[in-house]
Write a protein of this length. Sequence first.
Length: 545
Amino acid sequence: MRHSFIVIGLLVNLYAGVAAAAEATPRIIGGEDVRSAPSWMVEVKRSLSGNANYAGTRCGGALVAPRWVLTAAHCVRTNGVDFEAGTLFVALGHLNRYATPAETIAVRAVHVHDGYRSDIYQNDLALLELEAPSAQAALDLAKNAEMERLRRGNPDEALRALGWGQTENTSMSTLLQQVDLDYVSPSQCARHWNNLGSGQLCAGEMNPVAGVDQDTCRGDSGGPLVYRDGDRTWLAGVTSYGSRQCASGVPAVYTRVSAYLNWIERTSGGAMVDLESETAGGALYAGPGQTLTLETRISNRSLVNAARGVGLRIDHQGGLNVWADDLNCREQTGYSLCQGWNNLDTGASGDAHRLHLTHTGAGAVAGLARIVPISDEHDYYTANEERLSVVFSDQPDLKLEATTVRAGGAVRVTATVTNQATHRDAPRAWVDFQLPAGWDWQSLPAGCVAGATVRCDLGDLARGATTSRTLAMQGAGDGRVFMSAGNAAGDFPAGDANAFVTPARAGAESARSEESGGGGGGGGGAAGLWLALVLAGLGALRRRR
């Protein structure tokens, strides 16, 4: 059965002008209060008088560049006429829509997609150009790669919607709400809605837990539908429309952002680009006081816009000095800004930039450096940034990984040891196996001796080299085999040369144990603290009718 729809998003008060019954209204059903205001969450407000003090909530939106907010077309157009920019404002940095926001910025211009159809809500997208840049951090735009991961991944609660729309009590929420929703495939969504196109995305709660229905609803229109993967968040959709009865088991429809990147770039008038940096190697090693040198190349992956004044920002903790052969580098708090003068056309790649890094501290130091391409324009896709391990040490750097396989009545435990350092060999390396009660070795590899532990000599492990030893075991019980690796010259950063497995849980020959483990890299004292600090710095809404 196909459903009639309502636009999810128009929130109004007496100052803004009450919407006609036929117009959209919005809300979050079954959600929860947002505890900390996302920097990119926008409340789109309207005042017929043009006075921001009397503006009422109209819709949600997302900050996608310092001067640009993405929202739904139906939020800023009625009866075929766009709202005057002078009546619109955006509020950012707040949870309570009646409280004073961190920012209120007037709208300079309204750009509705030229293909917007109000009868079926196709191309339901608008960009609001702001009078002044926001100081809040913008939200990255999802590209086809994120949409493909979404399609192939677990659909359960894969997306999150946010808004101030209606809640269960049918009134607009005072506090910003969020709800996690299931991704709904186009074929499944088409069972409920006609006229779906490639520019749309569906989400809903298709398997409610404990009878708790969840959905976007009246007042949430224009708000963000985000996709999260690890510590990254992307704008996947813009709330568009859904069933008249919210949280009815019918998925809501969202405008798919990845389908409109060309339009967004073009409409921004050159203000938004997609830059990518490519640096050789994932870890860099040098002795204390020495200089690390690396080459980075920047490419413009934008669909429309050229990038001007292309350069780099290198995020790092204090004590790291950065300079470049052909860029003007200045040290800032927590990062170095290396500005350039070259422009890159769409699809172009620049010459390689040689970066040099030294550390002012004495002794061994390890941390992360994040390389961010920059230009005069806003980069809307920062997943292209790179994170590199930077190590200043006179020691090798060992890493141990472990796997288990059950075959022929025995469990084979394999320890693989790698010297990750590119500047120091690991002399007289070894790996120890500590067996649990109820288990004993069946056969020892060459060079291994059984005592309190089973120790296997690995010889000298050259820089970048890998070797492994496999111990065949028999027994019973849920105890763990603990393994550790070492050498005669030390190990820095320490912490990733230990692992364990549970032999009783070993799978068949084709399976690999998921229980290999170990701590992360780091060092003692100031070096470990520096690494920890760097890591820490790097964490139906519908037009209802």
